[in-house]
Design a protein around this ligand. Structure first.
Ligand SMILES: C[S@@+](CC[C@H](N)C(=O)[O-])C[C@H]1O[C@@H](n2cnc3c(N)ncnc32)[C@H](O)[C@@H]1O
Length: 367
């Protein structure tokens, strides 16, 4: 797996600040600070959320209110944003608590170019690492940050609006966003692309991808049409694929099928389900006792993995997670959020708190 790390200067400054804090005895150790869930922080969360809701110019992070309430960022604590994207959640954390730190991961190197102003605004308090969240521990080790105690971790799965709305990434099936069949979240990687799958995979493999990753039932017609078309010439663009699905499935059913076919290809190209499984185990290993894990999913396949994971690890003999009494059930977008951000429609947030039991998911066969 290709890993590109950036921000070395920021990293060094970040480490210096932590060291300075330790040696000044401002804090003896990051873990020595007690969580003080004072009302001051709730007011800050509300102020931040109001500001976010009012401004339509900035990126809209899903469940920002709930994420900040649950994380309840505290001074000198370190939080992980496993899916930095446009940095909406990271910014919320950093603005809610002026003295906390965020380490943010993203597998897409382009998001770091896009968020330069945000990164320079928060300088040493925000470290960004170009890595998948399935490799968080080794990436932290490589940066000499593996000694840090992590007080909360957030996953916001899937692709960002920026990725979907950029035509040359090939994520969108919209006509106006026509692009190559790529769909790699990291275009510098040597992963296969959607083009490779569509133009080389067997009928059975195509059908399996559409079925298992897209929960699509009409796989036979679509796969046959793909095989027929690619004999004539390679299927190159998103619009070529849309036309193939439209000619295999009667309208208006085609619309939902197109969306499922695109999603299934994206998930397969980026190995998203394994990423989630492994990423959650990394969270278990990184989190301090009493620290929350938060996972935002956008459809049932992702959510099922999180649900099964948390159900399992909250009920085993020495549970490594417990549900908070306030957030035991999954959280759905509020009316206010839906009005503010219609893209949150299918989002689900699940959360649990790390216990002090030893992590057990050392291997990847977790569910
Ligand atoms: C829904 S967006 C996150 C949006 C972000 N929370 C915000 O407020 O701007 C998901 C991001 O996670 C990244 N991503 C997806 N899978 C990943 C993985 N396995 N490892 C690291 N980053 C991943 C994507 O590249 C994308 O930028």
């Amino acid at each position: 797996m290709i890993k590109l790390f950036n921000n070395n200067n920021n990293l060094i400054r970040f480490q210096q600040i932590l060291k300075r804090n330790y040696s000044n005895k401002k804090v003896k150790n990051v873990e020595d600070i007690n969580i003080d869930s004072s009302n001051d922080n709730n007011t800050l969360v509300q102020q931040y959320v109001n500001k976010e809701y009012e401004s339509y110019k900035i990126h809209k992070p899903v469940f920002i209110k709930e994420v900040l309430e649950i994380l309840n960022p505290q001074p000198n604590k370190v939080y992980i944003d496993a899916t930095f994207g446009m940095g909406g959640h990271s910014r919320g954390i950093l603005e809610t608590c002026k003295d906390c730190y965020v380490i943010a991961f993203d597998r897409d190197p382009k998001v770091f170019e896009m968020t330069k102003p945000l990164r320079s605004e928060f300088k040493d308090r925000l470290i960004t690492i170009n890595s998948t969240f399935s490799s968080m521990r080794s990436a932290l080790k490589e940066k000499n940050l593996d000694h840090l105690k992590i007080s909360g971790i957030l996953y916001d799965f899937g692709v960002s609006s920026y990725q979907i709305d950029t035509a040359d990434r090939g994520f969108s099936f919209k006509k106006e966003l026509e692009g190559p069949l790529d769909m790699r979240m990291n275009q510098n990687s040597s992963q296969i692309t959607a083009y490779d799958i569509i133009n080389t995979f067997s009928e059975k493999d195509l059908r399996d991808i559409f079925f298992y990753y897209g929960e699509e039932k009409h796989t036979k017609n679509i796969a046959n049409e793909i095989l027929r078309k690619r004999k004539i010439e390679p299927i190159k663009n998103t619009s070529d694929l849309v036309k193939i699905v439209e000619s295999s499935i009667p309208y208006p059913m085609a619309l939902k099928t197109i969306s499922r076919v695109f999603r299934s290809l994206r998930m397969f190209v980026n190995d998203e389900l394994n990423e989630i499984k492994i990423g959650l185990t990394q969270g278990e290993q990184l989190l301090e006792p009493n620290s929350p894990l938060l996972a935002i999913s956008f459809h049932s396949i992702e959510d099922r993995i999180v649900k099964q994971y948390l159900n399992k690890y909250t009920t085993i003999e020495e549970p490594t997670f417990k549900f908070s009494p306030t957030y035991k059930s999954p959280i759905f977008p509020s009316k206010e959020e839906l009005e503010w951000n219609p893209r949150s429609k299918s989002a689900i947030l699940r959360t649990a708190i790390r216990t002090s039991n030893k992590p057990i998911s050392s291997n990847y066969n977790i569910i």
